[in-house]
Design a protein around this ligand. Sequence first.
Ligand code: ATR
Length: 277
Amino acid sequence: MKKLFAVLGDPIGHSMSPVMHNDLFKEYEIDAHYHPFQVKSEDLPSAIKGLKAIGISGFNVTVPHKSSIIPLLDEVDELAHSIGAVNTVVNVNGRFIGYNTDGLGFLTGLTPYTETVTGKNILVIGAGGAARAIYFTLGKNKPEKIDIANRSVNKAEELINSCPYETVSKALSLEEASKVIGEYDIVIQTTMVGMAPNITEQPLSLELLSPNALVCDIIYNPLETKFLQEAGKKGAATQNGIDMFVYQGALAFEKWTGIFPDVNRMRENVLQQLGGQ
Ligand code: ATR
């Protein structure tokens, strides 16, 4: 029987996951379909019940359901639990088990750029949901230090205090971070500053950036934010948000099927979708 997979969110119309996963099912000759469902927050509990009743094989959850889904699941893995957000659910014998592949997706996507984050000086810009997933996942991998810069410094402090892993971290304002930006090997921009249509914005100045740094922006629309342009002008290596999106999807696909898919194929697929927008 054809298996069903899904993504639940609100809004969901612009999700690139359905085309990406359906292409993979075809590529690996798996008889399955991945469908987007727009689910309002108040309808999430009944949607989850319904998905269980019909025996869905697995699904993704996106904004605004990543945290509110947690009490509705049968089990949540340790990392997702500490992040406080789930983006991937697997149906194991009728039990819904939640994972978070966002942070691991980011970390795996870094591999071609840097062998390891262990021993590195890292700056995360932002203290929202995406920063949380990245901070905890990277923090678990023993960087030398992993600081957080945020517009509201208290939120960066809260994030540091809630990390279950031992990290060397301090909270900085965006202005403070721009003054010490030269100290970092890896700088990760996780806010929506610079995202279309506000493409002339950037969260902080990279004037003092080291040319040996790697600068990542989790935004992929535009593919090269003003922040990445400035990093490139300073001679730094840059990475946009396509990899994180593709790898979080690849890790979800692997959890559902046991196959780690062809990420280059996925990247091409996503780039095509973005080009067609
Ligand atoms: P996400 O889940 O995508 O990470 P979020 O949880 O709403 O989104 O977090 C948004 C992040 O972007 C926060 O770090 C926010 O800073 P504050 O904590 O100070 O609100 C940051 N952010 C949003 N707009 C910003 C702006 N114009 N300048 C600087 N930071 C901004």
